[in-house]
Structures are given as C-alpha cells and as structure tokens.
Design a protein around this ligand. Structure first.
Ligand code: GLA
Length: 390
C-alpha cells in the first residue's frame, strides 16, 4: 500500500491532478522447469512479494506520458504510433502493450502515469514482465476493456516478443499474473488454462541470490538454445513417427534414450535437459503435494546440475553460488533461476533460517568469488491486480 500512496503523491507532483487507478504486478522466480516453457513443457514458479506499479489516469488525446521514479525522467509517446525508444528502454514495455492491444482492436488513447516499484532491476526477477502485466491492468481499469488473466499474460508476452524483440516463453508473464500467496504456480505450457496452485506453506521462504556476475542473459545465447531445442524436436519427430512430436514436451525419457544415436552431441544434451527437467517438475509437484520438501529440494539440485552439464546455461558465478549454499542450515534445495548465464539462484529455505542463510551465503560467496552478492528474501505472493485510488 505504501508503494501506491507514494506513487499517488509523485503523480500529484508531476502531473496536475490526481491518479485514479493503479496496476500492480509482481516479479517472479522460476523454481523448477528451466527453458521448458517454449518447449511446451511444465513449469513451477512463484510470483514474489516485490511489485511494479503503474499509477495514473486517462487523459484526452493520444499522448501517453510516464514518469519513472527510479530514473527520475518523464517520457512521452504517441499511443497511435508506438516507436522503439533506444534512450529510455523501459518505456518500450509499455509501448509494446499498447501496440499489442491495437492489434486486437483495443485502441488506447492518452494517459498519464507514474511507474514505480521494488522489483530489483537486472536481477533476473522479471521486472520487465511485471511492467507489461501492470500496464495491462492499469489500462484495463482506465479504458474499461475486459480481458481474462490468461489473455493478459499472453498479451504481455506478445508485447515482449513482438515489440521489445525478446523471444521469451510464457513463464514470466504467466507467473506474474497467476501467483498466489504461499503457493507455487504449476503450469502445463501446452494448455494455459490447466494451471494449478501448489501449497508451499507459510514457513518457507525463497532466498534469491543475485550473483552480480558481470555477464547476463544475452539474447543471442537464449535464441541459440531455443533453436537447438527445436532442432532436437525435429530429430525425434522423424525418429518416432508416426507418433506426433511437435516439441520436446512430446518425448519421454525412454524414447530419448532409445533414439539419440545419430544426433549431434550438443543437441542431444540440450534435449536431455529439457526432457528430464519436465519430469523433475512433475516429481517436484508430487513431492510438494505430500509435504516432502526434501525431495522437492533434491529435484532443484538435480535441475541445476542438468543446466550446468547438459544445457550449458550456467556460469562460473552461478556454480560458485550453488556450491557455497551446501550445508547451510535451513536449505532444502537450490538452482539457477531464469534464462541463465548469470542472474540468480533460488534457494528453498525454512523461513526461520532465511536471514542467517542469506547472510552466510553472501559471506561464503564473497570469499570465493570476490563479488558482493545481493540477497532477496522473498515470499511466494499474489498475482497482478488493479486498485482504484480514493
Ligand atoms: C527467461 C524467459 C522465460 C523462460 C526462462 C527459462 O526468463 O523469459 O520465458 O524461458 O528464461 O526458463
């Protein structure tokens, strides 16, 4: 609430008048299921208690003006002709949403808004997806169109794919939209209506450890992995015909083991990661449903090893962060989270140990890598929504 009140005050200072509505969307953390989303597989994730908000009102005309608190700048664009802004990259997430809405016949006119939030930027917690989703909730309130949450997630993803130019899957936007306090979101990416909330309990915290590695997810690397997965799916589709294989989701571990002789080594390893990680999501969900956090943690540890050895999207700093967590009191399991090549690990930790865990992990990591890590102790949180400001 404090975030909203502050943004409303900032609005008053920067625009003449009062803010009327606020779109609120959380960041996310991927708990299991790495690069499985665009392979039409399974994911297990959480929205976190860190949010992006867009707070403001509708105005006449077609000019949108947004004041970004963390950058201290005001940027405008024409809502009838959004153009990529290379100086203020953040505005593109808002422009992308406006552009996608126009494609489905929802024309957005003028608005004024303040952008604020507490999702750490550049930590791999999807502040950009949260901004897209918050924009949709805000625009839905001020322009009064109807859109269900699944469609909101898809529209936000389309904004990222088509306007911003990042070829991501549905994980980030879906988690931000569908989160639930103290629950994880389990999604079958082939059928977005088939999602479920899996109770995590209120004595677990997600300690997100940002490696602050000098390199981070490079679009090129992400896209290369994507292509590799699609090439592998094509291979298995030929080998397993007449079985219909459109994505790696369709290949079982047994089928992979029996049909991988003629495939290039690197492609085989990438495919193995996806196929086995899909299974780890299912195993993790089954474990959580029995309250078996130990097995859930083991699935996370194995997922990281698979990223490191087979998918190739870990890096030195992530591996150091993984090793440093070994044996710290309260830990159930940990793995890299998100695209990879830097960013953060997610650690499943007993709530009453989260503080001491984070402190010890940061200390060990600094000793080994020389880098100051950033620790975020997060709780699984509710998904996006809008509020009317009185
Ligand atoms: C990034 C993408 C997601 C997903 C993850 C890896 O976060 O935006 O769509 O592919 O990487 O699981």
């Amino acid at each position: 609430m404090e975030l909203i009140q502050n943004a409303a005050k900032t609005f008053k200072k920067n625009f003449k008048g009062e803010a009327e509505y606020c779109g609120i969307a959380p960041g996310r953390v991927e708990v299991l299921g790495n690069h499985t989303d665009y392979n039409e597989g399974f994911i297990l994730s959480a929205a976190i208690d860190r949010e992006i908000i867009l707070c403001g009102r509708k105005v006449a005309g077609n000019k949108a003006t947004v004041f970004a608190t963390s950058y201290g700048v005001k940027v405008s664009f024409d809502t009838t002709a959004p153009v990529l802004d290379t100086d203020n990259f953040w505005i593109n997430y808002i422009q992308g949403v406006v552009s996608e809405l126009a494609k489905i016949g929802i024309d957005i006119g003028g608005f004024e808004a303040v952008l604020d939030g507490n999702v750490p930027l550049g930590a791999g917690l999807s502040s950009s997806a949260a901004l897209e989703v918050a924009t949709l909730y805000f625009l839905q309130s001020i322009y009064g169109f109807e859109m269900n949450p699944v469609k909101i997630a898809l529209t936000a993803q389309a904004a990222e794919n088509n306007f911003v130019g990042m070829n991501c899957g549905i994980l980030d936007q879906f988690s931000s939209t569908m989160g639930k306090k103290d629950h994880l979101v389990f999604l079958d990416c082939r059928d977005l209506d088939e999602y479920r909330h899996i109770p995590l309990g209120n004595n677990i915290e997600l300690v997100i450890a940002n490696t602050n590695a000098p390199h981070s997810l490079v679009d090129g690397a992400y896209n290369r992995l994507r292509e590799c997965c699609f090439a592998a799916a094509e291979h298995y589709s030929q080998k397993l015909a007449p079985k219909k294989v459109t994505h790696l989701r369709d290949v079982t571990v047994e089928e992979m083991n029996a049909n991988s002789d003629e495939i290039a080594e690197d492609v085989r390893k990438r495919a193995k990661h996806i196929i086995t990680d899909n299974q780890r999501v299912l195993d993790g969900v089954a474990a959580l449903e029995k309250g078996d956090l130990k097995t859930m943690g083991e699935c996370m540890n194995l997922s990281h090893i698979s990223s490191r050895d087979d998918f190739g999207n870990s890096c030195k700093e992530l591996d150091i962060m993984m090793e440093c967590a070994e044996g710290i009191d309260g830990l159930y399991g940990r793995r890299l989270s998100g695209g990879g090549f830097g960013g953060c690990t997610v650690n499943l930790v007993a709530a009453d140990r989260a503080e001491s865990f984070a402190e010890e992990l940061a200390k060990r990591y600094k000793e080994r890598s020389g880098i100051d890590a950033e620790m975020h102790i997060c709780r699984a949180w509710d998904g996006a929504h809008a509020v009317k400001i009185d």
